[in-house]
Design a protein around this ligand. Sequence first.
Ligand code: NG6
Ligand code: CA
Length: 502
Amino acid sequence: MKIRLLCLIVLLLSSSLFLVAQNNRPNVLLIYVDDLGYGDLGSYGSTKIKTPNLDKLAAGGLRFTNAHSSSATCTPSRYALMTGNYPWRVKGTGVLPGDAALIVPTNKTSLASQFKDAGYATGIVGKWHLGLGDAVAKNWNESIKPGPKEIGFDYSFIFPATADRVPTVFLENQTVVAGNAADPIQVDYKNKVGNDPTGKEHPELLKMLSSPGQGHDHTIVNGIGRIGYMSGGKAARWTDEEMPMTFLTKAKDFIVANQQKPFFLLYALTEPHVPRMPSTMFKGKSGLGYRGDAILQLDWAVGEILKELDQLGLSKNTLVIFSSDNGPVLDDGYQDGAVTQLNGHKPAGILRGGKYSIFEAGTRVPMIVSWPAKIKTGVSDALICQIDFLATFSNLLKKPLPKGDGADSENQLAALLGQSKTGREILVEHAGTLSIVQGNWKYIEPSDRAAYDPTTDTELGNAKMPQLYDLSKDPSERNNLASQYPDKVKALAEKLLQIKNK
Ligand code: NG6
Ligand code: CA
């Protein structure tokens, strides 16, 4: 009898220890989408676009109202996500061409290497846009290093830059998928290579016209003019309509293969970035042009990957984070109906600006966090930035960051898990120009940059005079209070300078 009791106690103790261990080592699925705006999801107020899968995730998790990417474009936001450093401190972290070299340091902790060092299986499936190899000149016909592996991803299935940039190929573990030595790939961003028709010379070959003056009229791939020239690799070139299925399949395969270990998967969807060329099942479905269709498509992909977690019994102990790399844009280079069929939809919700803008819509993005084993459902107004994921997961994994790594990243674990309502005290936002947010106040530094970009129809938020907004009363940044509160302006300008000089 006594022995039985003892066994029972040992069993109970070891299973609760196991649970503790499990709770500190959840699987982490980071779903990172491209150019989705603060107002694009049902759970963030959209009535024109239905996003049932993400709304369900939000209803069962924590929905953030003041979460940010570091920057208002892709490369710098992804750089910050990976390194925990403000990208504006480092030259060469702006939007990269498709032939750029890797910009993430391989000798510092990255979000991926941190998970890897903690014993996780690490993978990335989707958009990369952080450069590959050690130089612009590279041989696309052999394995390219350094890349995802050298910064901590065991597995990668990526495309190099953006969907509108050459080379329009996938790389699996840093080798082009379906590459062929007899049809070598060449890439050039200045001069035409090979004999492929370009959008500029042959607009009659396009299935979707590019927007005048935006430059998406170089090599045509899959009936779409791209930025940059490429030749060769005919069998390796992607079909845009298949991309969601391709990425979903690879992401599922990774999860299935690593279901016994804790894993970190960055599932970096390309939607709703241009060129929006949804798969047949979504074409025309939103009634809002291809941008709306692309959002339905990404919502579907999220639903499918979550279903996979469910079927494998992994949902409860998987921490899912959903967010976007920057704010929304309608016309980003193609005539795809985003403008003409907008139908009253507000991609940025109540916020002003969008992608490229230092106004809030540039970096304030949807962020949903779910971890059924640990996170209570609700809404959080905590100020939090994707740059914080590095220090936050360092805390969760109990792997302290080496001194100097991720210096701009803050441990916001309590906010991420909904245990604290306050997040950062201060955040610097970035869109070329910088701004600083502290509590309700936002100060935008004076800038000579243009106030408005006519090609994308974006209010960039730049002004020669200082700007000060009270975000609690004026989230749409309409009333510049700088002249009424000169002391506040001075204090925030000084604080910003201090952070810049850090
Ligand atoms: C811009 C492109 C735009 C898009 C963006 C990058 C032009 C005129 N526009 O320069 O189409 O590719 O870069 O988007 O070239 S991001 O989401 O990857 O930052
Ligand atoms: Ca983007």
